[in-house]
Write a protein that binds this ligand. Structure first.
Ligand SMILES: *Cc1c(COP(=O)(O)O)cnc(C)c1O
Length: 235
């Protein structure tokens, strides 16, 4: 299977899952997760129509997506978005805010302060998602509704940050109910916070990866992050 064929296949199952859930087909966007894959693979995926990419590491993304900055400097229009989906260390934050259109993996208060400081003088704010930890000890993310609420309050204090919603990674399990429960709780926290703070800060729900994206869509995902099912196994 080629990358282009994989993209078509994923698009079809995304549309089917959305319809099954009584949702509109275009209410779910596909992010191509290109970590570990080459610039060439990204080019093929772009040719095939993918417009949103996610990377886990700043350095890897920087070398692969250097053409983005070039295009920007030359004032070229780009209908293309790159977001960070992995944990961000403080010493890479400056690079990250220059390179990424959004940071989808905000996992601690310290990072909010750091990014808020770095983006204070921006005209176009940096899009951010707050990550909820879905129960795996070694993984990042805010734990529970109260921690998330404090994070929301903090983000809203910074004019350079634009809160767009929430993200989570479901715990690894053979039991699909485990992922479903994780997605369901993210969606329900999202609903609560949207009522409290305003729906305009919570339009994005990023959940679901190659193994569980159809479940995520049934539970309300607006964005699914697909690596393996598009680019193949990471070796
Ligand atoms: C790697 C990664 C993905 C993609 O995982 P696949 O199972 O290959 O689709 C999605 N989200 C995050 C946060 C990741 O790190």
């Amino acid at each position: 299977m080629s990358i282009a064929e994989n993209i078509r296949r994923v698009e079809e199952s995304v549309a089917k899952a959305a319809l099954r859930a009584g949702r509109c087909e275009d209410s779910v966007r596909i992010m191509g997760v290109s970590k570990f894959f080459s610039r060439e693979a990204v080019d093929v995926a772009r040719e095939a129509g993918l417009r949103l990419f996610g990377e886990s590491r700043v350095q890897e993304a920087e070398s692969k997506f250097d053409f983005l900055k070039l295009a920007e400097r030359e004032g070229k229009y780009r209908d293309f978005e790159l977001r960070l989906i992995g944990s961000l260390q403080r010493n890479k934050a400056k690079k990250a805010v220059e390179l990424f259109d959004g940071i989808d993996s905000i996992d601690r208060l310290e990072l909010i302060e750091c990014l808020g400081g770095l983006t204070a003088s921006r005209i176009k704010p940096l899009n951010v998602l707050l990550e909820l930890n879905s129960g795996e000890e070694q993984k990042g993310g805010f734990r529970g509704e109260d921690e998330l609420r404090r994070a929301v309050e903090r983000v809203l204090e910074f004019g350079g940050l634009k809160l767009c919603g929430l993200m989570t990674v479901a715990p690894l399990s053979n039991n699909t109910q485990v992922a479903r429960n994780a997605f369901r709780s993210l969606f329900s926290v999202k609903e609560k916070l949207a009522l409290e703070f305003g729906a305009e800060y919570f339009f994005e729900v990023s959940m679901g990866m190659s193994g569980d994206y159809e479940i995520a869509i049934e539970e309300g995902a607006t964005l699914v992050r697909i690596g393996t099912a598009i680019f193949g196994e990471r070796v």
